[in-house]
Write a protein of this length. Structure first.
Length: 416
């Protein structure tokens, strides 16, 4: 007969199962706009970026040196210089037979030139230029369209634009780009015990750090955040805020009110105005989670504890936002192996996301140590960490020296 712990944990769904359910239904939110390239950082392309030109637009020199028609070089006789070709100041006309041309990096290759020799491999004399190294026809010439051909796809739809993409688009002469509308996300927290950051605490109150943390991560993901504040445990007020959020947003995210034993009217209201699934996840921290569809917007209900909120947002809401935003190239966090430098407490039954500090030791090995107390209310564990230590669902306590999986934090949790 299964013991109570086995019975309890067997009713929980895995993180992967929850992620599969989460991503099965939603498609990208429709709606596009054309923005200036200078305003496009962080936006998602709504259509492929097609090059209107060849890059480079003409054959040009990859070196400072001398251009020649290789058939004119007999291997010993100096070639007189017919003129110069500079970047922005091309050589006029065709290279005369038996001559070479002084050419600089980026300069258009004159008609008749089929080879460029770098100046370090030449000797200059009164008779002209002698070449001192073996020459291969076509060397040191960048060909028209060698980088990008006219009409080719430079970036597919669903590309997030950043410093690696925007200069490339600018090099095509494009001043604007068509992007997906920013995802509108309404955020609120529930609970009489919560107080907004910056306000004095009343008796029995705590600060609402969850909404603050979620809003910061949403901004990093390029969303338009609609902050609806702290909502008291009042059914009529809660219904009104759900209806308002549904009308304003593409996605609604609440914090608190999804755990077993919390006010039944939260579930009742959600069932009345939408189709919501309440899941108990086999992860720690972050067991309670709700997901579904309101009349208009998608909905995610996060647990109330600060660390649980952040873990479930990071592991579940982040990929959902990528899907809804049209970001087709999003990749899940990569797990790599590391040596546990400290013992890690754990009980079998749930996939555990402990906060850790990973670094390379003096032997060149990647090792990780715990940040300390891993309670779901200890948010300082995030401020100290640079990764999750991901411990398998059925794994127990870990001894120092054992191999564990880690996930380095992505840009949501880092300063860059």
């Amino acid at each position: 007969m299964a013991n109570s712990t086995e019975s309890h944990t067997s009713s929980l769904i895995s993180l992967q199962e929850a992620l599969d359910k989460l991503l099965a239904a939603p498609a990208a939110i429709t709606g596009t706009e054309t923005v200036a390239l200078t305003d496009a950082a962080g936006r998602i392309t709504a259509a492929p970026v097609i090059s209107p030109i060849n890059v480079p637009p003409f054959d040009n020199s990859a070196m400072d040196g001398y251009g020649l028609r290789l058939a004119d070089w007999d291997g010993k006789t100096a070639l007189p210089v017919a003129g110069r070709a500079l970047a922005g100041v091309p050589f006029k006309g065709e290279l005369p037979a038996g001559y070479c041309v002084r050419i600089m990096t980026g300069a258009p290759v004159p008609t008749g030139v089929d080879t460029v020799v770098m100046q370090e491999e030449t000797v200059v004399s009164d008779e002209g230029i002698t070449f001192t190294a073996d020459i291969i026809r076509g060397q040191n010439i960048r060909l028209t369209g060698e980088d990008i051909t006219q009409g080719s796809e430079v970036f597919p739809a669903g590309t997030k634009l950043a410093a690696a993409q925007l200069p490339m688009i600018a090099s095509l002469g494009l001043a604007e780009v068509t992007v997906m509308h920013k995802l509108k996300v309404a955020v609120f927290s529930t609970g009489d015990e919560l107080q907004a950051v910056g306000q004095p605490l009343g008796e029995g109150q705590i600060y609402d750090t969850n909404r603050f943390a979620v809003s910061l991560m949403l901004e990093k993901l390029g969303c338009d955040v609609i902050d609806l504040g702290v909502i008291p445990d009042d059914p009529s007020v809660l219904r009104g805020i759900f209806e308002k959020a549904d009308a304003l947003a593409d996605l609604v995210i609440s914090s608190g009110g999804v755990s077993v034993g919390e006010a039944d009217y939260t579930k009742q209201i959600l069932d009345e105005i939408g189709k919501i699934n309440f899941w108990k996840l086999a992860i720690k921290p972050g067991k309670p989670f709700a997901f579904g569809k309101l009349d208009n917007a998608w909905f995610c209900g996060l647990p109330g504890n600060p660390v649980s909120t952040t873990v479930t947002f990071y592991e579940l809401v982040q990929p959902l936002i990528a899907r809804l935003s049209g970001f087709s190239q999003w990749q899940p966090p990569m797990r790599i192996k590391a040596i546990a430098a400290t013992p890690l407490k754990k009980s079998a039954g749930r996939l555990d996301f402990q906060r850790g500090i990973a670094q390379v030791n003096e032997r060149g090995q990647l090792e990780v140590k715990t940040t300390g107390d891993q309670g779901s209310h200890i948010f300082s564990s995030f401020s100290l960490a640079n990764c999750f230590i991901v411990l398998e669902r059925e794994r127990g306590a870990v001894k120092a020296g054992e191999i564990v999986d880690i996930e380095f934090f992505n840009h949501l949790m880092k300063n860059d």
